[in-house]
Design a protein around this ligand. Structure first.
Ligand code: UDP
Length: 361
C-alpha cells in the first residue's frame, strides 16, 4: 500500500467544469487507487467537491488556463496564488506520503520537483502549448525519468521528450454510465465551450445534415459562444448547461452520436469514452487522442480534420455502428481496473527509480 497525495488543477475547483477533463480524471484516478488499497488524499482549490475521498481545500486565486495563451506566454502567478499554496501544503506534508501526483499543467510544480524529498509524478493533461512549459517538463523528464505520464501517443508526439512519456490513457467508473440502445433523433457535443474545441464545425455539420445538436459543457469563452450563435442563427442547436456525470450520461445516452471537432491536439478526450460507455458512437476528427480511441467503422467514424463534409457523410453512416460494440470497447480498455493496472506500473517504476538513485531500500 502506498500513501499518495494528489494535487489537482489550479484553474478551477473540482466539480466546477473549469478544470476540464482533469476534474474527472483526478476523481477516477483517486477511485482507482483506493480500489487498489492505496491511501489517497486530494489537495484542490476551495469549493471542490469529492465524495468519499479525503480532500484538503485550499483558498486563493486561480491560475489562467494555458490553452488561452500563445507559445511565448510568460509564466504567471496571481497574488495569493492557490497553486503556490497547494504546493506549500505538499512541501509541509511531504514526509507523510510516498508519491505526490501532480495534475496541474503549470510551470511551478515541475520547477519545484528537484526541491522535494518526496517523489513527484506528473500527469501531463495537454500537448505542447508554450515554450516555457515544454522546457520545464523536458528538464524534469531528463532528471527524473519515468515520472512523466500522458494520456495518448498523439499527445506525447507533440513533445521533444516523447520517448520518456508513459501512456496512462484514462479510466472511468463504467458502473456510472448506462447503456442506451434506443437513442432519439439528436446528436451530442460535450466539452468546454472554447475556441480550441471547434464547436462551430459541429454546428455547421448538423445544419447540413439536418439533425438537432444538444450541447453540454461550461461556457469558458462567452464571446466565442456568442459568435457561433450569431453565425448560425437557424441551426437546430440547444445549449443544455453543465451537468454532473450522473445526469450528463443519461442525456448523452439519448444521442445517436457524439461529435468531437477539436482544432488542437486533444490529449485524450474524456467525453469520447463517456459516450462509448453509454453506447453512443463517436464521430471525431482524425487528430489527437480521439483518433486513438475511436475504432473507425466499429465504434464511430474518424473524419479528415476540419472537414465539415466529412462530418456530414459520417453522420449519414451511423446505422453501420453497433451501439453494444461501443460499450464493450469502453469496458475493455477504459475501465477503472484497466487504468489501475497501468497506474501501478507507472508508480512502481517511479518508486523503484527513486530508490535506486538514492540507494535506499
Ligand atoms: N463535463 C461534465 N458535464 C458537462 C460537460 C462536460 O462533467 O455537462 C465533463 C466531462 O465529463 C469531461 C470534461 O467535462 O470529463 C471534458 O473533458 P475532456 O477531456 O473531454 O476535454 P478538456 O476539457 O479536458 O479539454
Amino acid at each position: 500500500m502506498a500513501r499518495l497525495l494528489l494535487l489537482s488543477t489550479p484553474v478551477g475547483a473540482i466539480g466546477s467544469g473549469l478544470g476540464g477533463g482533469v476534474e474527472l480524471t483526478l476523481t477516477n484516478i483517486a477511485r482507482s487507487l483506493i480500489a487498489l488499497n492505496h491511501s489517497v488524499t486530494v489537495v484542490a482549490p476551495e469549493g471542490s467537491a469529492l465524495e468519499d475521498i479525503p480532500l484538503i481545500q485550499i483558498p486563493g486565486h486561480l491560475q489562467i488556463t494555458a490553452q488561452s495563451q500563445g507559445r511565448d506566454a510568460l509564466v504567471t502567478l496571481p497574488p495569493n496564488s492557490v497553486l503556490g499554496k497547494m504546493w506549500d501544503y505538499a512541501r509541509h506534508n511531504q514526509s507523510d506520503y510516498d508519491v505526490i501526483i501532480n495534475f496541474a499543467y503549470d510551470w511551478l510544480p515541475f520547477y519545484l520537483t528537484p526541491f522535494f524529498d518526496c517523489a513527484i509524478a506528473h500527469l501531463v493533461s495537454m500537448g505542447s502549448l508554450t515554450d516555457a512549459m515544454d522546457h520545464i517538463i523536458e528538464q524534469v523528464a531528463s532528471s527524473f525519468p519515468t515520472t512523466i505520464a500522458v494520456h495518448s501517443l498523439a499527445q506525447a508526439e507533440t513533445f521533444r521528450f516523447k520517448d520518456a512519456c508513459f501512456n496512462l490513457k484514462n479510466g472511468f467508473d463504467l458502473t456510472q454510465y448506462q447503456f442506451n440502445p434506443t437513442p432519439k433523433h439528436q446528436l451530442a457535443w460535450v466539452g468546454r465551450i472554447a475556441p480550441e474545441k471547434g464547436l462551430e464545425d459541429a454546428v455547421a455539420a448538423i445544419e447540413k445534415a439536418r439533425i438537432p445538436l444538444k450541447i453540454w459543457g461550461v461556457i469558458q469563452d462567452e464571446s466565442y459562444w456568442q459568435s457561433i450563435q450569431a453565425n448560425y442563427p437557424d441551426a437546430a442547436i440547444e445549449y443544455c448547461g453543465f451537468l454532473p456525470t450522473q445526469d450528463l450520461q443519461k442525456a448523452l445516452g439519448e444521442s445517436q452520436a457524439l461529435l468531437m471537432t477539436p482544432r488542437w491536439v486533444e490529449a485524450f478526450g474524456n467525453v469520447a469514452i463517456e459516450a462509448l460507455a453509454c453506447g453512443v458512437p463517436v464521430i471525431a476528427y482524425r487528430r489527437g487522442g480521439p483518433a486513438e480511441i475511436v475504432k473507425d467503422g466499429k465504434t464511430g467514424w474518424l473524419v479528415e480534420p476540419d472537414s465539415i463534409e466529412g462530418l456530414v457523410s459520417a453522420i449519414a453512416k451511423l446505422d453501420h455502428i453497433d451501439r453494444a460494440m461501443c460499450r464493450q470497447d469502453a469496458e475493455l480498455e477504459y475501465s477503472l481496473s484497466a487504468m489501475g493496472n497501468r497506474l501501478e506500473i507507472w508508480l512502481d517504476r517511479i518508486v523503484q527509480s527513486r530508490n535506486s538513485s538514492f540507494g535506499c531500500a
